[in-house]
Design a protein around this ligand. Structure first.
Ligand code: DGP
Length: 144
């Protein structure tokens, strides 16, 4: 069943954690890593992933790890809010391919939203370069 397939350590976010793939990071500690989404739905679209856990999605995350991880999700969302001063912030995640998940290492999306500015479709826009993502990342880092 798609929702509970084994964790694949070759997934792209596991490679980012291990430093085998680059990312534009905004936060990292022993629990979580946050970096810019390279297919953003809008400016400042950030992903927060657990570092120690091999959970494919939120449903798989061991209960004992939920608290520490969600504190980081909130911390990153607060930095996005402080650094970019959007009018609203969407925080969301998908469980399983039929629900829209495309990378199978747990991640929460943190998406700032501005009134009057359209939000793009999920994972369907063009790929942004590190140079394009860096200015927003710097503003988010300044929000911690
Ligand atoms: P989801 O569909 O919820 O699994 O979202 C995966 C997100 O990850 C999607 O918004 C696009 C983004 N993404 C895919 N590949 C990469 C990558 O190599 N680097 C980064 N930073 N983001 C990626």
């Amino acid at each position: 069943m798609t929702l509970h397939a084994p964790y694949d350590p070759a997934n792209i976010f596991a490679k980012i954690i291990r430093g085998e793939m680059p990312s534009v990071k905004v936060f990292e500690d022993d629990v979580a890593l946050a970096f810019m989404d390279v297919f953003p739905m809008g400016d400042g679209h950030t992903l927060v992933i657990p570092k120690r856990s091999e959970a494919r999605h939120f449903i798989d995350l061991p209960e004992a790890e939920v608290g520490d991880y969600m504190i980081r999700v909130q911390k990153v969302a607060r930095a996005v809010e402080k650094g970019l001063t959007p009018d609203g912030v969407r925080i969301f995640q998908f469980n399983g391919a039929p629900a829209g998940q495309s990378v199978f290492h747990l991640h929460f999306h943190v998406l700032p939203v501005w009134e009057g500015r359209a939000v793009g479709a999920h994972a369907s826009g063009g790929m942004k370069s590190a140079a394009e993502l860096e200015p927003m990342a710097a503003m988010i880092r300044a929000g911690f």
